[in-house]
Design a protein around this ligand. Structure first.
Ligand code: PHE
Length: 451
C-alpha cells in the first residue's frame, strides 16, 4: 500500500479482493461468536432471524459500504466527505466507527489469544483426551491469569507484523492460501459430527426454529451478530473496497461474501451443537463454549491432536485476516488524515490496542470485579460494539447512501461505470432508503422496551 493517499494500492487480482473481503468477514465471529450467541439465544429461532438480517440488512449494507469505499478511494472519513457535497456533516459516524473498531480489537484479540494458547496446547498434547470437566477447568485457568495477557500481546504483535508488510503482499497472500484450507477442515469436522450420538439433538436445536422464542433480545442479538460477522457498520468494508479494481462488480462481491460467511457460520454450528449434546455441555455457556467443546471433539478423533493443532492454527490466521481489516480502519485514518507515515500509524494503533486489550484480558482474573451494567468488561465491550455501535453506524450509512449520495455516484458504482448492467439497483436503493433504517430503528426501540 502506498504511504500517501495520492496513489492508493489496489488488490492485485479480482479473486484476491474477494478473498481479502471474505478474510475480513470470516473469523472468530463465525466460529466462536456465532455458536455461542446461537446457544445463548435458544438455537433455531435465532438462526432464522440471523439469516433474514444477513439478506435484508447485510447484503445491501455491504453494497453501500463498497460503493462509498471504491467510489472515493479513501478511508471512512474521506468516504463521507468525498461522496456528496453534504457528506462532511456525516463524518461523526466515521469517528464513531474508528473508536468502535479499536474497542472490538480489545476483546477480539483476547479471544484470538485463546486460539493461540489452544494451538500451543494441542501441539504439546496438554489438552489431549481431556473430558468435559477437565477442559472447563483448563479454560478457566488459562483465562484467569497472566497467560491470557501474554497470549493476547503475542497475537497483537503478529497482527502488527502483517500490517507492516502492506496490503497486497501481507493480506492477499495469506487470505488466498489459507482460507480455502480452513473451509476444508471445517468440512472434515462436519463429517465427523455425523457419527456423534447427539447429532439429531444438535441439528434439531439448530434447524428447528421455535418462533415463540423470538424476543427483543433475540432480535437485537441476531442483528448484532449479522453486522459483526459481515464486518459491516465498521467502515472496514469501505476501506477494503477502496482497494478494489474498477471492475469488481460490487453486487456480486457482496453476495459471495455474505454467502461464504454464512456458510462458515452454519458449518461451525453443525460442528459444535451435536458435540454439545453428545458430551454433556450446556449450549448456554457463552464465550467459553467453543473453547470447551472443540478440544473434547478432537480428543475423540483418531489423530485428534494433529487435527486440533492445524485447526487452531488456521483459526489464528482467520482471526488475523479479520484483525488486520479492523486495524486498517484506524491506521488509514492515522496515516491519511493525521498524516503519519504508515509505519508510525501502525505502531500507534498497535500501542493503543495493546493497552486496552491487556485490561480486557485481565477482566477474566484480577480485574474480574469490574462490572458495567452488570456485565464484565469483556462482555460489555462485545455487547456495546456489536449490538449498538455497528447497527447505529449501519443506520447512518443506509440513510446516507440511500438519501444523500447522488444517484449518479451510486449507479456508477453498482454498474462499474456503466460497464455491466445491475438489475437490482432499484430494489437495493429502496431497501437502503426504507427497509434498513426502519428495521434497525424498530429493533432498537423494541430492545429498550419502547415498542
Ligand atoms: N467479521 C469479523 C469476524 O467475523 C469480525 C469483524 C468485525 C471484522 C467488524 C471487522 C469489522 O470475525
Amino acid at each position: 500500500m502506498s504511504k500517501d493517499n495520492t496513489q492508493r494500492a489496489v488488490f492485485a487480482t479480482k479473486i484476491g479482493a474477494v478473498a481479502a473481503t471474505v478474510g475480513s468477514a470470516v473469523g472468530l465471529g463465525n466460529i466462536w461468536r456465532f455458536p455461542y450467541e446461537t446457544g445463548v439465544h435458544g438455537g433455531g429461532a435465532f438462526i432464522a432471524c440471523y439469516i433474514v438480517f444477513v439478506l435484508v440488512l447485510g447484503v445491501p449494507l455491504l453494497c453501500a459500504e463498497f460503493m462509498l469505499g471504491r467510489g472515493t478511494r479513501s478511508n471512512i472519513l474521506g468516504a463521507f466527505r468525498h461522496s456528496s457535497p453534504s457528506g462532511r456533516y456525516w463524518v461523526g459516524t466515521g469517528y464513531m466507527v474508528i473508536i468502535a473498531s479499536v474497542m472490538i480489537l480489545w476483546f477480539y484479540s483476547v479471544v484470538a489469544g485463546w486460539t493461540l494458547g489452544y494451538c500451543y496446547d494441542s501441539v504439546t498434547g496438554v489438552i489431549a483426551g481431556m473430558d468435559t470437566a477437565d477442559i472447563g477447568e483448563h479454560f478457566a485457568e488459562m483465562t484467569s491469569g497472566w497467560r491470557n495477557v501474554v497470549l493476547t500481546l503475542v497475537f497483537l504483535t503478529a497482527n502488527a507484523a502483517v500490517l507492516l508488510g502492506g496490503v497486497t503482499k501481507g493480506i492477499e497472500r495469506a487470505s488466498n492460501l489459507l482460507m480455502p484450507l480452513l473451509f476444508v477442515l471445517l468440512l472434515v469436522l462436519c463429517v465427523n459430527s455425523l457419527s456423534l450420538d447427539g447429532l439429531k439433538a444438535g441439528l434439531t436445536f439448530l434447524f428447528r426454529p421455535d418462533f415463540s422464542k423470538i424476543t427483543s433480545e433475540v432480535l437485537l442479538g441476531a442483528m448484532g451478530q449479522a453486522f459483526f460477522s459481515l464486518s459491516i457498520g465498521m467502515g472496514c468494508m469501505t476501506v477494503y473496497a477502496s482497494y478494489f479494481n474498477k471492475d469488481s462488480r460490487l453486487g456480486r462481491t457482496a453476495m459471495s461474501t455474505a454467502l461464504l460467511d454464512t456458510m462458515v457460520a452454519i458449518l461451525a454450528g453443525v460442528i459444535i451443537f451435536p458435540a454439545v449434546f453428545t458430551y454433556g455441555f450446556s449450549p448456554e455457556q457463552g464465550p467459553a463454549l467453543v473453547f470447551q467443546v472443540l478440544p473434547v471433539v478432537f480428543g475423540r478423533m483418531p489423530g485428534g491432536m494433529i487435527w486440533s493443532s492445524i485447526f487452531f492454527l488456521l483459526l489464528i490466521v482467520a482471526s488475523l485476516t479479520s484483525t488486520v481489516s479492523l486495524s486498517e480502519i484506524s491506521i488509514s485514518y492515522f496515516s491519511e488524515d493525521l498524516k503519519m507515515s504508515r509505519r508510525k500509524a501502525t505502531l500507534v494503533s498497535t500501542a493503543i490496542v495493546m493497552a486496552g486489550a491487556t485490561i480486557c484480558a485481565l477482566s477474566f482474573g484480577p480485574l474480574g470485579g469490574i462490572e458495567i451494567f452488570g456485565l464484565s468488561l469483556f462482555d460489555a465491550l462485545d455487547f456495546v460494539t456489536s449490538n449498538i455501535c455497528l447497527p447505529l453506524a449501519g443506520l447512518a450509512i443506509s440513510l446516507y447512501v440511500g438519501w444523500v449520495v447522488p444517484k449518479k455516484f451510486t449507479k456508477d458504482q453498482m454498474t462499474d461505470g456503466g460497464a455491466y448492467p445491475f438489475a437490482w439497483y432499484g430494489l437495493l436503493m429502496f431497501v437502503l432508503r426504507w427497509v434498513c433504517p426502519v428495521a434497525i430503528t424498530l429493533i432498537f426501540l423494541n430492545s429498550i422496551g419502547l415498542i
